[in-house]
Design a binder for this molecule. Structure first.
Ligand SMILES: [Fe+2]
Length: 355
């Protein structure tokens, strides 16, 4: 695959289509991490003024000295304050399988206990990047109609790369059309802005727009300068809350390096610029200053992983469409996540197969 092409574009799809999948073998398993950090609420408040680097060192020293319980010992004692369903990469398009699949996933998520809202993780529609106005209109109408019919919960939306209209249309490029780019998806889904935030209880949610047009071709995973300044202000002004960051492209992920399931000829395993945030090192510097940032969730890769790095959990939550509605992709079938956020900053993810 050429370096600047889009994930799950025609080439990627052709690549995937060469695989034989056995969907019946797939059952998503709840994620369990016995080593999850379990600081009690007052412990967090004592250390809330610290930078993350100081916090991590101090936590390790105190734990080693036996002054607080081992990090995993308090598991399961508290109840989550917020439980929400994260449905990413629905990729709806006309057809029985995608349409009924989206409806089933929504129904399944609403049957879970105490779901406060649905988070659409992006790539709501199959593709707008290379599709003309009429085809894009059809897909957005379908998405909104199914959502209206099958869902009664509040919904928050995050932009995925395939929700952006027209960037890769080669002939009669609609770049003079008012709806070109991200404006259409923002308006269509009733988003406040392409990136935004909201608070619930003791948690603050930051929804990023992580797809940027690459001047050298294709797109690149990162936040733009304007969004970066906003993000800095957001975290600085919400130090009193735990923070959950939602992006379509993973901020940090190992499955981003496994999407193509191959090594380079020299043995390198590469994470492409369109598969993970290329500005991770910059974001990490910001995150280190705020120990209240607890979790980042994403989709995009259609695989599932769970990475814990410097006190933050990064979850890549698979795809409702699985292998773009053709069954399982690698080891992962169609699925969505239920995220449970606790009053003391802990997080639990459970993946569900909805079929
Ligand atoms: Fe996708």
């Amino acid at each position: 695959m050429a370096k600047n092409t889009t994930i799950c574009d025609t080439d990627a799809w052709n690549y995937m289509s060469t695989k034989t999948f056995n969907q019946s073998e797939y059952f998503a398993q709840p994620s369990k991490n016995p080593a999850r950090m379990k600081p009690v609420a007052h412990f967090f408040s004592i250390f809330s003024h610290m930078k993350r680097s100081e916090f991590l060192k101090t936590t390790a020293a105190i734990t080693a000295a036996g002054m607080i319980p081992p990090l995993s010992s308090a598991a399961g004692e508290a109840s989550p304050v917020i439980r929400f369903a994260h449905l990413s990469d629905i990729h709806v398009k006309p057809g029985l399988v995608p349409e009924t699949g989206m409806a089933k996933a929504l129904q399944h998520a609403q049957q879970q206990k105490d779901i406060a809202f649905i988070m659409n993780g992006g790539d709501a529609i199959f593709d707008a990047l290379e599709v003309d106005k009429e085809g894009t209109r059809t897909q957005f109408d379908l998405f909104n109609n199914i959502l209206k019919k099958e869902n009664s919960l509040p919904v928050y939306h995050c932009i995925g790369n395939h929700d952006v209209w027209g960037w890769f249309i080669k002939e009669n490029k609609p770049d003079q059309d008012r709806l070109y780019g991200k404006i259409w998806v923002v308006e269509e889904l009733g988003m406040k802005k392409r990136y935004y935030s909201f608070s619930k209880d003791t948690w603050h949610f930051i929804v990023l727009d992580s797809t940027q047009l690459n001047p050298n071709g294709g797109y690149i995973g990162k936040v733009d300068d304007e969004q970066l300044e906003w993000l800095k202000q957001e975290v600085e002004s919400h130090k009193d809350k735990f923070i959950c960051i939602i992006s379509h492209i993973p901020v940090l992920s190992i499955c981003a390096g496994l999407f193509f399931e191959k090594n380079e000829p020299n043995g390198d395993l590469i994470i492409q610029r369109n598969l993970m945030h290329t500005d991770f090192l910059l974001l990490k510097k910001i995150f280190l200053q705020y120990p209240n940032i607890k979790v980042c969730i994403s989709g995009h890769i259609h695989l599932q992983d769970e990475v814990e790095y410097l006190g933050i959990k990064y979850f890549c939550n698979g795809a409702v469409s699985g292998g773009w509605w053709k069954g399982v992709f690698r080891e992962f079938g169609p699925a969505y996540a239920v995220m449970e956020l606790y009053p003391d900053g802990q997080v639990q993810r459970t993946m569900f197969s909805y079929e």
